[in-house]
Design a protein around this ligand. Sequence first.
Ligand code: ZN
Length: 452
Amino acid sequence: MTRHRKVFALVAALLLGAPGPAFAWSNHGLLTYWTFKDTAEVAAAPDVQAEPLDAFLRDQEQAIANLLEAQEIWARANVPTYPPRPDELAFKVDALRDDAARRKAFAEALRIAPNTRFALFTQNLPGFSRSGAKTMPFAEVSTLREPAFSMMRFFRLEPGETVPALLVLASSSDEPDFGVDINCWDDSPSEWGKRYKFGKLPFGNPALDFATQAPFHMGFFHQSWLIYKAAPFVARTYPELRAHQFIGLARLAFRTGHPYWGWRFAGMAMHYVQDLAQPYHASILPGVSTLRMIATNTVAMVGWKGPKDAMVVLASNRHLAFERYEALLIYRDTAAGGKSPLIQALQAKARDGVYPKWSDLYLRDVVTQEAFDFGEALSTALLAAFPPKYVSDPSYDFGASGGSGALISEVAERTPEQRAEIEGAVVELMGHFGAHSRNLVRALGSTKERND
Ligand SMILES: [Zn+2]
């Protein structure tokens, strides 16, 4: 077997072993809420009136057709490894079709799952008590099974109801995890996958629905050239496409007097940006050099499989344990009223101007580069602060065992130095998360432009 084939096998195993039902940050809604809670751009923006997606699509059919055509031309020119959208999926004006047919055509032109709910909903977020609002089951918001570890709650929104912009934006920042990117591949068990021509699922198990969304929610843009040469599928991740699509739709909706959908699409675009700020979504194996990956794989080739199998399990365990820890912290700090280093880091605006202005390359050159570069520090911090069972024991499977709900108190038992490492890493990453989220909203145009 050539060296390239060996690396290919290891990378494939790592990505197959990637945690399935983990959706990066476990609750984008809460993090987005705290990020924008006191900002002029969102918290002080005018309230908006909820309207069904069909009303927006009907009203702006021609403008949407023009936009999606321009986006396709952009993607072909700007997204590396982009598989062109088949022409027959283009969104065309047809005033005579019914709402369901128009909505299906819209989803197909975007090449997202056509059964995406696009329900009118809000999440349960602090400071917004909508009196009389009815709760809404998970299944009416998402086409996926409710994750075992989920603290999200939903409320129904009625057409015409007035809601704060911040509530719409934060609620929809979780939406891409509700089935938008499911089964869009040639080998997906869906009616639409074969027609979308994205090719086969680049990595992961095509039979597991949640695994099929990963290549849209991860961006492996900064691995060594050797990895791409040996395992070209690693380059087939498309979060840039999704962010571009939903940013364009948000701008169009704001411009044409549909601010509810402006914020809603903005929240969806923001999800992809936030996912990519997580080092485990921007790197195949944070903290492990290409050389070590190859060495580990080489010993596996001569029969000593232990290190390679261990690497796969450990990568998954660290990814999941870190996200669980962050989720527990944000719920704890929210319940305590929102004064914590984590929430201060989300809100630290001084950081925003440190980054270049938003552009088509922002996700690739700024967000994922930063997340990739931070992988080693995060991995070191996890090893220092988490119980060794979760991050260093390949015989333990964090995901399959349900993980731990007591991570905060377990970390509290470590020495102050050990704790400081992981606390510092979380604060740093929340700083990235907040700044990139705000920079995205600024890229949508000023509040004034949006309201004109
Ligand atoms: Zn996601």
